[in-house]
Design a protein around this ligand. Structure first.
Ligand SMILES: Cc1cc2nc3c(=O)[nH]c(=O)nc-3n(C[C@H](O)[C@H](O)[C@H](O)COP(=O)(O)OP(=O)(O)OC[C@H]3O[C@@H](n4cnc5c(N)ncnc54)[C@H](O)[C@@H]3O)c2cc1C
Length: 458
């Protein structure tokens, strides 16, 4: 047991804050996005700079305390907190420098994607990320990064030019193609296993205004819509992204009143090619069915990125299961339709395309192995009411059990709960041994193990 005076010592060495259980803000500070995760760390170190992070890494290592690292706190499995250990909370490290000349951005390890979008949109530039602006840059990037721009620009890691890390021994390194290339390879998909990333450098792309929004069809037509979508997106230009979804239509003005609260299927689109081609690109979409509603229009890229923020906010019960998918057979579609009726208003199933530019990088070029799959499928049970925990968990598990046999074997680390070592290894396939070797070199004692853990080679 580490005594109180040791924590007093830690507090005195931090420029940021050390929050302990008796402090007024402890209750708020210990919470993460998923309300089903209820952990009580011994202390939370809210770091403000790299020096703070170095001190905060040394402290648990020297005392054999558990260590968790938090950026946006969005991890579904709650992998940015722990019981009785120390949490390094990076949420105050939000420095950003976007450079329109080099088309790059440096962002500190506590930024959310909304922070980056705000800074880069001023120059008509964007970095490929996910589909929600309050997700942390840290967790999303280190696991891969799948989102609206993946088909056109690749995963987030495909645009990661370098990073600064505090390693398990407390030392500081900058990594990139020429500096610690093994570590640079490993952090592109290997999660938070190798150190605390205090700063990321990303390539930016010219993405300013996009044409985006949902098209929805009645659930009764889900099988034919899925078959049509499968073939349509496979042949669509890279400038078009569209992820398929089962959803309950939210009661918002975007949808006609008659559709509110009905369960439907749909596709959320993003076109970032020439605006005057959009009509032609969306002509087959408007024609298929026809849809119950087609709500696609021009919007600034950050508006698309924050489109779902009001729905998926902090404090809901959240349970998800996922798989990579190589192909959507008619048999798989049948199972989707059999299980896809969502049990609560916010529960959903998404099929994110990971073809196009994602396939320009090879399976061994970064730690992210599944470069040959076509979709990342995720089934998510969500509800604000704690009494619905069992309902959403059971639905997700049943649905996933029915679909898993149609998957490619592994899943996206950022869509995992606590699913065991076998599942982690299945996700990295033959990259796992190399990751374990990099882990041995940089974190032999496995200090950073509150994550989808890569165990150091013995
Ligand atoms: C509502 C919602 C929407 C999502 N949408 C998408 C999406 O569109 N695309 C997508 O790819 N993913 C998406 N995700 C998944 C998301 O990528 C993961 O949940 C990710 O772990 C969140 O990152 P975070 O920084 O917010 O998480 P945290 O919970 O803070 O951290 C997650 C993990 O990353 C580690 N970590 C975080 N930052 C650092 C750092 N700076 N250095 C070292 N380790 C670090 C943590 O230790 C932990 O193990 C979504 C999640 C939610 C809840």
């Amino acid at each position: 047991m580490t005594d109180t005076s040791a924590f007093d010592g830690l507090r005195s060495r931090l420029r940021g804050q050390l929050i302990e259980p008796d402090d007024a803000d402890y209750e708020a500070a210990r919470k993460v996005f998923n309300a089903m995760i209820d952990r009580y760390p011994r202390a939370i170190a809210r770091c403000v700079d790299v020096a703070d992070v170095m001190v905060a890494v040394d402290f648990p290592r020297e005392r054999r305390l558990m260590l968790a690292v938090r950026c946006g706190g969005h991890n579904g499995g709650g992998l940015s907190t722990c019981d009785n250990g120390l949490v390094i909370d990076l949420s105050r490290m939000k420095g950003i420098r976007a450079d329109p000349q080099t088309r790059t951005v440096h962002a500190q390890g506590g930024c959310t994607w909304g922070d980056i979008d705000h800074a880069t949109h001023a120059f008509g530039l964007a970095c490929p990320s996910g589909i929600i602006s309050i997700t942390g840059v840290g967790g999303l990037t280190l696991g891969g990064g799948i989102g609206h721009l993946s088909r056109r620009c690749g995963l987030t890691i495909d645009n990661l030019l370098g990073a600064d890390l505090v390693l398990a021994d407390g030392s500081f390194v900058s990594v990139g193609p020429q500096a610690h290339p093994d570590l640079y390879w490993a952090i592109r998909g290997g999660g938070g296993n190798f150190g605390v990333v205090t700063s990321f450098e990303f390539r930016l792309l010219p993405v300013d205004e996009v044409i985006a929004g949902p098209t929805v069809w009645p659930y009764e037509r889900a099988a034919e819509v899925l078959r049509w979508y499968r073939d349509f997106i496979a042949n669509a230009p890279r400038e078009l992204n569209g992820f398929f979804t089962f959803l309950k239509i939210p009661p918002i003005p975007l949808f006609p009143d008659a559709l509110h609260e009905t369960i439907m299927c749909g596709v959320v689109w993003r076109w970032s090619g020439p605006a005057d081609s959009a009509d032609e690109v969306f002509a087959p979409v408007r024609a298929f069915g026809p849809p119950a509603h087609h709500a696609v229009g021009a919007m600034p890229y950050p508006a698309l990125q924050s489109f779902f923020d009001p729905l998926y906010c902090t404090g809901h019960q959240w349970y998800w299961r996922a798989d990579f998918i190589d192909g959507l057979s008619d048999a798989a579609i049948e199972q989707h339709v059999a299980h896809g009726r969502v049990p609560t208003a916010l529960s959903t199933m998404h099929l994110y395309p990971i073809d196009g530019a994602v396939h320009d990088t090879g399976c061994h070029d970064t730690a992210f192995s599944y470069r040959t799959s076509k979709w990342a499928e995720v089934i998510v049970g969500v509800d604000p009411d704690p009494d619905k925990k069992t309902l959403i968990t059971d639905w997700t598990r049943r649905y996933h059990d029915a679909m898993h046999g149609y998957g490619a074997g592994g899943t996206y680390v950022n869509f995992m709960m606590d699913e065991g070592q076998e599942r982690v290894q299945a996700t990295y396939r033959d990259n796992y041994a190399r990751l374990a070797e990099v882990k041995r070199r940089y974190d032999p004692e496995n200090l950073f193990h509150v994550n989808q853990n890569i165990r150091p080679t013995e």
